[in-house]
Design a protein around this ligand. Sequence first.
Ligand code: ATP
Ligand code: AMO
Length: 434
Amino acid sequence: MQDRTYTADAEPGDTVTVAGWVHEIRDLGGIAFLILRDTTGKIQVKFEKEEMDDDLVETGLGVHRESVIVVTGDVEEEPRAPTGVEVTPASVEVLAEADPQLPLDPSGKVDAELSTRLDNRTLDLRKEEVKAIFEIRAEILRSVREAFRSLGCTEINTPKIVATGTEGGTELFPITYFGREAFMNQSPQLFKQLMVGSGLERVFEIGPIFRAEEHNTPRHLNEATSIDFESAFADHTEAMDACEEVVRAAYEGVAENCQKELEALDLTDEFEVPPEEFPRLTYEEAIERINATGELDEQLVWGDDLPTEGEKALGEDVGSHYFITDWPAEIKPFYIKDHDDDEQLSTGFDMMHPRMELVSGGQREHRYDHLVEGFEQQGLDPEAFEYYTKMFKYGMPPHAGWGLGCERLVMTMLGLPNIREGVLFPRDRQRLSP
Ligand code: ATP
Ligand code: AMO
């Protein structure tokens, strides 16, 4: 819009045209105030009824809350105004009337259920603290991209419609692809691995993953955003180093560029960038420490996956981001390499926030024969994956990588109670629109 001034830039002495939503109208009789809100903040518009044109007063004060208006007028200093300045309008134009009955109150005075908020995301995102989550999410992605670039990675985009699943057969969404069976991809795993054997060597991808998770929990989505890393000539320890760097960069970016948003979320005091190195516990140490907390009814034994309660107890015990390394080979996927000196032990790792798992990764099996064996052991038909396995016959270097759930990073960074708060339009078992 030509000549539009954002409310945050309106200075005393200026004549401005501000455009936005009617946040609130306070009519005190002889004087009334309209608070106009735009993406940068709010500004008070003053109507002195006796001294102003009747039509102007009627237009300005007759409009319903959340309507879209444009106001042109002079800006003056006014200590009693919420932002210290106010506009005396010379003209008010209504661009879009809002219905007087709103499904939720964008001023935030009346709380709404999460499902109502998600059904009406446009209105919900007019709230400063909700908008702040998505400004921060954008900053996280920007910082993460920059961190990957300084790690020498090339950004890639891989297909989301695929012929085979990778992360376990039960969590696939099947689709029909010109009469053939196909699936929504659960992870760029196989494609990113194929790139480390190409001339690209070191890659990252930020894109959607689809998982037909049966359970409905505050930390699972059916469509999530995965931040994936894969590097040739790297082992699992180097992959963990890169993981620390990328996660820290996300926190640093937010600390540097999102103070206003952290304030809106009331997080200024508690926000902390994690230390450079995250503790690295072996799986064996992890189950011992979980058992020692006494939080579980049954003691964990070697080979058990870590139950949610166990992860929580350990998270409280450790109290910061940490890695769990050296998992039993049998509970890690076929593409994870075992330790050379102990086949029972895998190079797979998870990176944990005290509340939940954020990352899975490891060194990959790059030896053709071992890879094909791994498929068979996991009950997968290696022939269905030939497009992938055959590239391991043409010079595939040792490599390692990981996948980080973007929404889980947002959720844990901001202490959101539900992962859906960090997604504009979440997909879960019930929710297919908007
Ligand atoms: P003024 O104080 O400008 O002469 P008024 O006499 O026209 O205002 P009041 O009815 O006295 O109007 O004001 C009602 C309330 O509005 C008072 O509490 C006053 O402090 C407050 N008020 C008046 N002008 C402003 C303003 N520009 N910004 C914020 N509050 C204001
Ligand atoms: P994994 O299946 O552990 O590993 O996924 C990696 C990370 O992605 C996030 N995530 C999810 N977030 C929200 N809702 C979901 N349903 C969901 N599923 C996964 C989590 C998880 O830690 N291919 C491997 C990664 C690798 O080895 O590079 C993989 O997909 O934060």
